[in-house]
Design a protein around this ligand. Structure first.
Ligand SMILES: [Fe+2]
Length: 293
């Protein structure tokens, strides 16, 4: 697939780091208009208390309001397993369309079964305003953005490219962070390797903005790198590591990883585009499938 890369467009990117989930949310602004997009928002949850709040999303909303911007898109790079999306909360206040990869339907099918959702839970992605396929384009003000299909971490992962700025989701971390796990239902280490190659095929000076950072080896949190840097220095895929090497490493590593603390609430909310599920009486309610994951 030949993607419509345009390095001459240089969006203004502002990052908001969420310490509770190590997630980076982004506001991406068109340099030639007042239009912007949000990539991967976060809703705060105290899971032990069953309480949700919106400090992180409110900070995004405050910045967009203060700068007088129009929000065109609220993008989810994938169905996150480690934090809850605040997309509907933001949409209610600022408008914009919520977009995700069309393979969300596979994710909904898988987790619809695991959480034993009834027929009221649609598995057709209709909770979202737009479902992207590989190479699909969309507008943010005067900027043309596009999505690259990058399965492996999850079946619905997409990397979003906006001018000279690429939002990797969990397909690639900082060079010293490597890559994300590929062992969730529907994940695949070989696919992840192939997807990463698509990102590394972008121009070397393409800016990369990653979705999570954990400050490996005690370094400060970082979220921006380039394709050129990743090609040389990424500890999992850089400097010509082979597909076989990657699959072996990733599979062995994933077998040792604990489940993310928030995977159970995250999946139930994120597969609904950020909407909290409800019980039969319409009260917000989450489930725990015992030995189901
Ligand atoms: Fe993820």
């Amino acid at each position: 697939m030949a993607y419509p890369v345009n390095m001459d467009v240089k969006p203004e990117v502002s990052a908001h780091f969420d310490e509770a989930s190590n997630t980076v949310s982004y506001i991406v602004k068109d340099p030639n208009s007042d239009h912007c997009a949000i990539i991967d928002s976060v809703m705060d949850i105290d899971y032990a208390a069953g309480r949700i709040t919106y400090d992180h999303a409110d900070a995004l909303i405050a910045e967009i309001t203060r700068r007088g911007l129009t929000l065109d898109w609220i993008i989810e790079t994938h169905v996150h397993a480690d934090h809850l999306s605040a997309a509907p909360y933001i949409q209610e206040r600022l408008g914009g369309k919520v977009g995700v990869g069309e393979k969300i339907m596979e994710v909904q099918e898988t987790f619809g079964k695991i959480f034993n959702e009834g027929t009221a839970f649609q598995r057709d992605g209709s909770q979202f305003d737009a479902l992207f396929q590989d190479g699909d384009t969309y507008q943010i003000g005067t900027m043309e953005a596009f999505a690259i299909y990058t399965p492996g971490h999850t079946p619905a992962c997409m990397v979003h490219v906006i001018g000279d700025a690429t939002f990797t989701g969990d397909t690639l971390f900082m060079p010293d962070g490597g890559s994300a796990r590929a062992d969730f239902p529907g994940g695949d280490a070989g696919q992840l390797y192939d997807s990463i190659q698509k990102v590394l095929a972008l121009p070397d000076d393409m800016r990369l903005f990653i979705c999570h950072d954990y400050g490996p080896n005690g370094r400060d949190i970082k979220w921006e790198t380039t394709v050129g840097e990743e090609k040389v220095h990424n500890i999992h895929v850089g400097s010509g590591k082979t597909r076989e090497e990657f699959i072996k490493f990733r599979t062995e590593r994933d077998a040792q990883l604990a489940m993310p603390k928030l995977i159970i609430p995250s999946l139930q909310v994120n597969m609904r585009a950020g909407v909290m599920p409800t019980d039969d009486d319409g009260n917000p309610m989450l489930k725990v499938p015992v030995n189901g994951l």
